[in-house]
Design a protein around this ligand. Structure first.
Ligand SMILES: [Zn+2]
Ligand SMILES: [Zn+2]
Length: 249
């Protein structure tokens, strides 16, 4: 039979090992600093710096010298620009799910660090997260987009508007819906809170989300912010699905 001290060691060691060294947030390998990926996972991430000037889609052929995709030329979204840190893929998805459902709230810092390169020139802006409906917020305990916005505010001079945008009603998950149905489902589901109108009047807003898929939610939020008086709306998020990757679900 194992001596009590051995039993204690066996129980305590995994906890100590996990708590002390920094680990890659995707695969768990030990890395040499907080909020960092191991080299293998970092290389698997597709860091996005090119794409449509407006919607940021990296996978679509661009239509003209202004670098807008055909979809933005035909039906421009309500937001002015959209930039994601990485393309939605295996590692990006793991991180997004661990933050959203796995309670790994510290990942908001890792995500914000990766989003930082798309944050220059926004010192005067207001950071506004895509809100969760209060029922979902109550069940999950936190809004992942708000955590990312807060982490970004810590690194930038932009102010934080956690309560600027509200959800006026709950909406079902959009995953299995067509683009048209998604847009219809979220129409009018967001509004600027009356008490926060003065804070966005004539200002540039950075709308923060974790994952951008069809853009239905972000576009509806951007419409609400512009209707509420925002001068510009710039969407910033962790991972973006390209329209050519739509089968990723
Ligand atoms: Zn890794
Ligand atoms: Zn576009």
């Amino acid at each position: 039979m194992a001596r009590p001290s051995n039993i204690l060691t066996r129980i305590a060691r995994p906890v100590i090992d996990f708590a002390l060294p920094s680990r890659c947030p995707a695969c768990g390998e030990i890395v040499d600093g907080d909020d960092r990926f191991c080299l293998g996972c970092w290389q698997q991430l597709d860091h996005l710096d090119q794409g449509c000037m407006q919607c940021g889609d990296p996978g679509i052929a661009l239509a003209d010298s202004e670098s807008l995709c055909g979809a933005c030329l035909a039906d421009p979204p309500a937001f002015d620009t959209m930039r994601a840190a990485v393309r939605y893929g295996e590692v990006a998805r793991t991180i997004a799910l661990r933050l959203k459902y796995g309670g790994r709230v510290g990942l908001a810092r890792t995500i914000a660090a990766a989003m930082q390169r798309h944050m220059t020139g926004f010192d005067d802006a207001l950071l506004v997260p895509v809100p969760l409906h209060r029922g979902r917020l109550w069940r999950r305990g936190y809004n992942q987009a708000a955590l990312i916005a807060r982490a970004l505010a810590g690194e930038n001079r932009a102010r934080l508007g956690l309560e600027t945008l509200i959800r006026t009603r709950a909406t079902p998950y959009l995953r299995a819906m067509s683009a048209k149905d998604r847009a219809k489902t979220v129409r009018g589901a967001f509004a600027v809170d009356d008490g926060h109108r003065a804070a966005i009047e004539g200002r540039r807003v950075i709308l923060v989300d974790d994952v951008y898929t069809s853009g239905a939610t972000t576009n509806t939020c951007a419409k609400a912010l512009k209707r509420g008086g925002a001068a510009q709306v710039h969407v910033r998020c962790w991972a973006r699905v390209s329209m050519v990757d739509d089968d990723i679900y």
